[in-house]
Each structure stands twice: as structure tokens, then as C-alpha cells.
Design a protein around this ligand. Structure first.
Ligand code: 5RP
Length: 221
């Protein structure tokens, strides 16, 4: 199967987690886009969606799915999103598409995070994929120096501005043995808006698309 077919397969599987007559949280990226395509087929069963990026909002609205502002929604039973890397414990690197801040917010509100990935994203240790960090523009150099002190090599994602008007540093060279600890440390740097480590609020369920079919991983509590 191609990578796109694997993404489509997990997107289809994720529909089983969508709760009828409720708001669904929708992520960003190519895998999440496949999910939106599947969601469109059963849109009459949901209230609508809360979205984690302008791109996903446009795709949802293109299908006639109502997109509600998160501030007006107090109950999001499920959030479905992709990841750049995920461990079997549900810790993730996200933000390859630059939507990490809104993704983290919607994930925080949701009761269940369903991560959908093709098998190439499942890793034993996070960090091969450069870790995105969203920063306030005036703090870019300072945050970059602090990330170097942590052992990383930050690169400014040139020509890219997030939906929130901020910048992204992509940090390579980190072998992230303790994702929760590093998430806390990077969150503590002044000027950091969001680090693309999702460890404190990781995935509750990870659907992995493989040639043998979709595998379901649920970290043991
Ligand atoms: C966007 C994200 C995406 O979930 C992540 O980049 C995976 O994207 P794709 O499904 O296109 O591989 O975090 O900010």
C-alpha cells in the first residue's frame, strides 16, 4: 500500500470513534485531511467540528461542516489528528505543518485523543523528526540559544508564519528519552508559545496504518 492509502485507512478507522450529536475536534495535516474527507460522509450525525488550523477549517467548511469557535464549546469528546512521530506510549512530536499551538489547545479540551498515522511515524524514541517550537518573533534568537544549551540544533523555518502570527524553530539533534521532562523544560523558556512535544497530553489511542491492516495501540495507564 502507498503511504496515502495507509493514511486513508486510518482516517476511515478513526470515524468509528466519532461521537454522534457532538462536536468533533479535527487536527491538521495530510492525514487529518483524509479524516475530514471521511467525516464529510457522515456529517449529518455530528453537531459540527472545532478545528486546529485555518487550512482544516477551510476544508471542513468546503464540505458544509459547521466549524464552531472553541470558546463556544465546552464538550469535545474526541479529537482526531496526525503526528510527525509517535511512540507506542502515545507521546508525539507534532507541528510539522506548523499548527501545533491550536492542536495542543484542542487536544487539551478533548476527552479522547485519537492519533492517526501510517507506520513510518511509529518510533521507539522521539527526535529524529526535528522538533517544532513556536516562538514569539522577538524571542527567536534567545529561544534558539536556549535550545542549543539543551543540546539541540534549531533552524528557523524561514518564510513561515503560524496562524497565530508567530515563528517556528525546528530543532534537530535531540534524542528525546524523557518527552514529558523536555516538554516541561522547553515550555519554561520565555518566548516559547508551544513546543511540539505532546507527552503530558499524549494520544489515548493510536491507529497505525500498516500493510497488515490498521493496528490499534492504547498505552497502559
Ligand atoms: C501539523 C501536525 C500534523 O499532524 C503532522 O505534521 C502530521 O502531518 P501529516 O499527516 O501531513 O504527516 O502536527 O501541525
Amino acid at each position: 500500500m502507498t503511504q496515502d492509502e495507509l493514511k486513508q485507512a486510518v482516517a476511515r478507522e478513526a470515524i468509528k470513534y466519532v461521537v454522534d450529536d457532538a462536536w468533533i475536534g479535527v487536527g491538521s495535516g495530510t492525514t487529518a485531511s483524509f479524516f475530514i474527507d471521511e467525516l464529510a460522509k457522515m456529517k449529518h450525525r455530528i453537531k459540527g467540528a472545532v478545528s486546529s488550523s485555518e487550512k482544516s477549517t477551510a476544508r471542513l467548511k468546503g464540505y458544509g461542516i459547521e466549524v464552531e469557535e472553541l470558546n463556544n464549546v465546552d464538550n469535545v469528546p474526541v479529537y482526531v489528528d496526525g503526528a510527525d512521530e509517535v511512540t507506542k506510549w502515545g507521546a508525539m512530536i507534532k507541528g510539522g505543518g506548523g499548527a501545533l499551538t491550536r492542536e495542543k489547545i484542542v487536544a487539551a479540551v478533548a476527552r479522547k485523543f485519537v492519533c492517526i498515522v501510517d507506520a513510518s511515524k511509529l518510533v521507539p524514541v522521539l527526535g529524529k523528526f526535528p522538533l517544532p517550537v513556536e516562538v514569539i518573533p522577538m524571542a527567536r534568537s534567545y529561544v534558539a540559544r536556549e535550545l542549543v544549551r539543551l543540546g539541540g540544533q534549531p533552524a528557523w523555518r524561514m518564510g513561515f508564519t503560524t496562524d497565530n502570527g508567530n515563528l517556528i524553530l525546528d530543532v534537530s539533534g535531540l534524542a528525546i528519552e524523557d518527552p514529558g521532562k523536555l516538554e516541561t523544560t522547553i515550555n519554561g523558556i520565555a518566548g516559547v508559545v508551544t513546543v511540539g512535544l505532546f507527552a503530558h497530553r499524549g494520544a489515548d489511542v493510536t491507529l497505525v496504518g500498516t500493510d497488515r491492516g490498521v493496528e490499534t495501540l492504547t498505552p497502559i495507564a
